[in-house]
Design a protein around this ligand. Structure first.
Ligand code: SF4
Ligand code: SF4
Length: 206
């Protein structure tokens, strides 16, 4: 055994000794919660258009993309008298099984309407299997100012083209697609359009 081999255990203790004087990284969770990275993959959310209609069109692409078979979607046709999304179809049943989900994000990449995104919420533990199957009602984004709970008519603009153009806004849950003239439809424009739509329809459906 050479001299360097003899010193190896001493070097090992040196690492432990060095660590004793380093600043502790312990976080007193759950009393203290460290913010996650902005793009952390947490609980999913089903987003809405600025008038409150659902973005999900029940296409099932998210379910097909999921490697863990954690998503169940059942689409249905929109009835003009009972509309849940601006298109022909909407997601009648939507479930995510968090016992299976590995929070990989493939489902949100597959979604063609940005209906499905992921929040930073990571506190998903529970003590019953049933409560870890999240339903559509649990996943839907809350109604923000200017939104109205579906079913109701399309309230943004006079035509479908207006609807989709004014519905786009530069936020986390909506794609930022340039509008006509090179600018972007702002949240303000969308809110104004929603207001116009409501007044045109005599404030019905609240
Ligand atoms: S995050 Fe991954 S595992 Fe979870 S539902 Fe989406 S595709 Fe499936
Ligand atoms: S969340 Fe997106 S991909 Fe999944 S069914 Fe709805 S529209 Fe389709």
């Amino acid at each position: 055994m050479g001299l360097t081999d003899f010193l190896n255990p001493v070097k090992g203790f040196g690492v432990s000794f060095h660590q004793m004087f380093m600043k502790s990284e312990t976080v007193q969770y759950p009393e203290v919660k460290k913010p996650t990275a902005p793009r952390f993959h947490g609980r999913h959310q089903l987003n809405r258009w600025p008038d409150g209609l659902e973005k999900c069109i029940g296409c099932e692409l998210c379910a097909w993309a999921c490697p863990a078979d954690a998503i169940f979607v059942e689409g249905a046709d929109n009835d003009p008298d009972e509309r849940y999304s601006p298109g022909e179809r909407y997601g009648r049943t939507y479930q995510i099984n968090y016992l299976r989900c590995i929070l990989c994000g493939l489902c949100i990449e597959a979604c063609p309407t940005r209906a499905l995104t992921m929040t930073n919420e990571y506190e998903l533990a529970d003590d019953s299997r049933e409560s870890l199957i999240y339903t559509k009602e649990m996943l839907l984004a809350p109604l923000r100012e200017g939104m109205e709970a579906p079913p109701h008519e399309m309230r943004l603009g006079d035509t479908e083209e207006d609807y989709y153009r004014l519905g786009l806004q530069p936020s986390d849950d909506a794609p930022t697609v340039p509008s006509e003239g090179g600018g972007r439809a702002s949240a303000d424009q969308a809110a104004k359009a929603a207001k116009r739509g409501r007044s045109r329809k005599g404030g019905e459906g609240k």
